[in-house]
Design a protein around this ligand. Structure first.
Ligand code: GLV
Ligand code: MN
Ligand code: MN
Length: 418
């Protein structure tokens, strides 16, 4: 093992925070927070901002066929697999400024520390911003990272449509054209990284309750996304008697009650969420003939998700107010446990900053859930106020974020030395 580079001494907390604020201004909402839906103008602008940082840091900017953006700092042995660090820049529709972006900016702080230290290292280091982690505009999420890791096919990803019928593929072409015009180089194929590290806000209450600024994340719970369609018959709201109705809303309403009851037979770690619900023809005095809704189902134990999957499929086969139900899986990602050796390295780096830090299993999914299938992967968390996230009230403290970023810098230093 080589000597470490003492990189943490070169972390510039003020510069890091200026980067956080610059990112938070892109797609900023007047009411606070940001809106950067995957591949929209603000999301592309956020990536172009990242590309602009490459030149002054002596890095090369690349983008790939899914619009993932990479900044590469060359090593003295360019053929070695890069150490990859990154997160995402897209957001939920009415989001906080730190979910994803903090991680990308913290990685940039690593590149700045390497640059300021004039550090020589054998292995290349790459910072990445993955495309469409959130899945809010195009479902499912983690598009860029899942394609890169080989867990999803490009054809299936680009076929997804947003609520206005815009295909992912068309939005991606527009994005790729702008990335190309920026001067970034095109690198079509994914590669197998030496390791992948992601720093993210916790999006839960544990770290804040312990007054702890950083911790190691040991894994991510599993998540299944469903798309449910309830097909009824449209008719006049005022004249159609109860017995003659096939009301898609009422069918969906009763079905949702039953799905929720099934979910409540499991332990309290289970998360069951219906975040989207739409009716057609969407008129005040017409019985709905179509209801569509989503289910986001999560648990750390894959057996629990399997049991509920069977229960949900059985419920879908029953009669709901005379309506027909189809229940399809749009994404199924198994729980993941991160790489033991990498966790040890992260644990040592975190202990140098905060010896009492706990270890956490992530309730949110992250790009790391896919990267873990193709290379050693692990994560760090830093707290956010009251655990609030996916909302403009999402808030982090600069001092805590700097400590967490310093732990990341220490981890990179350790990995480059090994
Ligand atoms: C990621 O945004 C998630 O929904 O867990
Ligand atoms: Mn995120
Ligand atoms: Mn998110």
């Amino acid at each position: 093992m080589r000597e470490t580079l003492h990189l943490h001494q070169h972390l510039d907390g003020e510069r890091f925070w200026a980067d956080v604020e610059a990112q938070a201004a892109i797609g900023a909402l007047e009411t606070g927070g940001i809106r950067r839906l995957a591949l929209d103008d603000a999301d592309v602008a956020a990536r172009l901002w990242l590309i602009d940082q490459a030149g002054p840091l002596g890095c090369t900017a690349f983008y790939d066929d899914l619009g993932n953006v990479f900044l590469r700092r060359e090593g003295s042995e360019p053929e070695l697999a890069p150490l990859l660090i990154g997160s995402h820049l897209d957001s939920q529709p009415n989001a906080g400024a730190y979910d994803g972006a903090l991680g990308v900016v913290a990685r940039l702080a690593v590149l700045r520390a390497l640059h300021d230290a004039g550090a020589a290292h054998d292995r290349p280091v790459e910072v990445v911003a993955w495309t469409n982690e959130e899945g809010a505009r195009f479902a499912p999420g983690a598009s860029g990272s899942s394609w890169f890791a080989g867990t999803r096919e490009r054809e299936a990803i680009v076929a997804a449509e947003d609520d206005e019928g815009m295909p992912f593929g068309a939005a991606l072409e527009h994005c790729l054209a702008r990335l190309s015009a920026s001067g970034a180089a095109h690198r079509p194929a994914p590669y197998r990284p030496h390791a992948f590290l992601e720093l993210h806000i916790e999006q839960g209450p544990v770290l804040e309750s312990l007054g702890c600024p950083v911790c190691v994340v040991t894994g991510i719970q599993g998540v299944t996304w469903y798309e449910v369609e309830v097909q009824g018959q449209a008719n006049h709201a005022g004249t159609t008697p109860a017995a003659a109705r096939q009301d898609a809303f009422m069918g969906a309403h009763r079905l949702i009650g039953a799905l929720r009851e099934a979910a409540e037979t499991q332990d309290e770690a289970l998360r069951f969420t219906i975040g989207k619900f739409r009716l057609w023809p969407d008129s005040v005095n017409t019985i709905a003939d179509l209801a569509r809704f989503t289910i986001d189902l999560r648990h750390p134990d894959p057996a629990v998700l399997d049991t509920l999957d069977k229960a949900f499929q059985r419920l879908a086969e029953e009669d709901w107010e005379g309506c027909r139900v189809t229940l399809g899986v749009s994404s199924r990602v198994a729980p993941v446990a991160f790489d033991a050796a990498l966790l040890e390295a992260l644990e040592a780096s975190v202990a140098s900053e905060w010896p009492e830090a706990p270890q956490i299993v992530s309730g949110a999914f992250h790009d790391a859930i896919h990267l873990a299938r193709c290379c050693p992967t692990a994560m760090l968390f830093t707290p956010c106020r009251k655990g609030i996230s996916h909302h403009p009230d999402e808030h982090i403290e600069k001092a805590e974020a700097v400590i967490a970023t310093r732990a990341l810098v220490r981890a990179v230093d350790r990995l480059l030395a090994s």
